[in-house]
Design a protein around this ligand. Structure first.
Ligand SMILES: [Zn+2]
Length: 387
């Protein structure tokens, strides 16, 4: 096992609560990578010797971004739908069916190449852990293949057979729920760490959502929910009732929803690139944080409601549009994402953590929102290796 000393770090974000402030920042810092893990963190002048050293010349280092919500296994393009939306056509869940048709028609090689392209794009922007959902196949074979492809790129695979009722089941939604909780789950289970459902008008109601999530939980697959995106609804309460890891979107919340999130510890996943791309109101992130809810920021990268793979863009939106402090936004994009995925090995840079880190072409993390749209990621390390 070889060790690498990163020194000359202008500002290091550790997310170590023992250091006092939210981000556990260390100025004029150094960090030792031991094999795939963080071996040592501290002030540059106290740094131990290592097999090799790299002087970062005052650049900032942050934990790699943990993107806890994405839909990367798809084919086709919905740029014309985006264009129509920008001239007034509202977003609806039905657009998902457009991507379903294109995805079913694609070859395994085409789908794999598309995921590979997007994961590479994410890494270049500092993402080191990504959750990837199925949900554009919606047949037994197509969902299983989407999850098998996702599993080539991440351990955080999510079965989303309940994304929308496909058109061939339009007259028999109950029959589709039976498929999702039966044969489709059988085929998906071995490829899935998570199960998810889109609880929304035009998608699935609370009883359908409960049946779907419970079918997965009974197989040892943990739950997460698409909740309260397009209006108030039962999604958040369902996530809290079933002990889901996360309720994602949370755009329209009642006081009772916020109380439930705070008291159960279900993570609220906020996906501001979707509000940006659908020209919708942003979730009230301040109210969530002030109520003690754990917030994760994620891209929700998908070809319909928001096709950004950029966590720095989400951070800039969270600061500018949702009134998070830059520190809260960065924490939510790293430690918050890890909490959403129930991971303790990523999202922070303390000894023993996986050495997933990002070197910024900037003196501090503040530049992520201060310089929106600028490619500030100089280098990304995953498990101690530059990628
Ligand atoms: Zn989503």
């Amino acid at each position: 096992m070889t060790s690498l000393l990163l020194t000359g770090i202008g500002s290091l974000v550790t997310n170590d609560p023992a250091r006092g402030d939210l981000l556990g920042e260390v100025q004029d810092a150094a960090l030792v990578i031991d094999g795939s893990k963080v071996g040592w963190v501290g002030s540059r002048r106290d740094a131990p010797a290592a097999d090799a050293a790299l002087d970062l010349g005052g650049r900032a280092v942050i934990p790699g971004f943990v993107d806890s919500h994405s839909h990367l296994v798809f084919a086709g393009d919905r740029s014309e739908e985006f264009e129509a939306r920008m001239t007034g056509t509202p977003y609806s869940a039905g657009g998902i069916r457009t991507t379903v048709a294109a995805t079913r028609a694609a070859t395994d090689e085409q789908l794999t190449a598309n995921v590979s392209r997007l994961v590479t794009e994410m890494r270049r922007q500092g993402t080191t852990t990504v959750e990837i959902k199925s949900g554009y196949g919606l047949t037994v074979a197509d969902e299983a293949r989407a999850l098998a492809i996702a599993g080539q790129f991440t351990d955080e695979t999510t079965y989303l057979g309940a994304h929308v009722v496909p058109s061939e089941y339009a007259d028999d939604p109950a029959g589709y729920v039976e498929l999702v909780t039966g044969p489709m789950l059988d085929a998906a289970a071995k490829h899935s760490r998570w199960i998810d459902v889109f609880v929304e008008r035009g998608a699935f109601d609370a009883d359908q959502g409960r049946a779907i999530l419970e079918s997965g939980i009974a197989r040892g697959i943990q739950a997460r929910v698409h909740a309260n995106q397009l209006g108030e609804g039962p999604g958040v309460q369902l996530a809290c009732e079933l002990g889901a890891a996360a309720a994602d979107h949370c755009t329209y919340l009642t006081d009772a929803d916020i109380d439930a999130l705070a008291s159960t510890g279900v993570v609220a996943g906020l996906l501001p690139a979707i509000e940006f791309s659908t020209r919708s109101p942003y979730p009230d992130a301040r109210r969530l944080i002030d109520a003690g809810v754990t917030v994760a920021l994620a891209t929700d990268c998908n070809p319909g409601s928001g096709y950004s793979s950029s966590m720095p863009f989400c951070i800039a939106l969270a600061v500018r549009e949702m009134h998070l402090t830059p520190a809260e936004a960065l924490w939510s994009a790293t430690a918050g994402g890890a909490a959403s995925l129930r991971r303790t090995d990523v999202g922070h840079l303390t000894p023993g953590a996986r050495a997933d880190l990002v070197v910024l072409d900037a003196p501090s993390h503040l530049h992520l929102s201060y310089r929106p749209g600028v490619p500030l990621v100089s280098q990304t390390f995953i498990a101690g290796r530059p990628v």
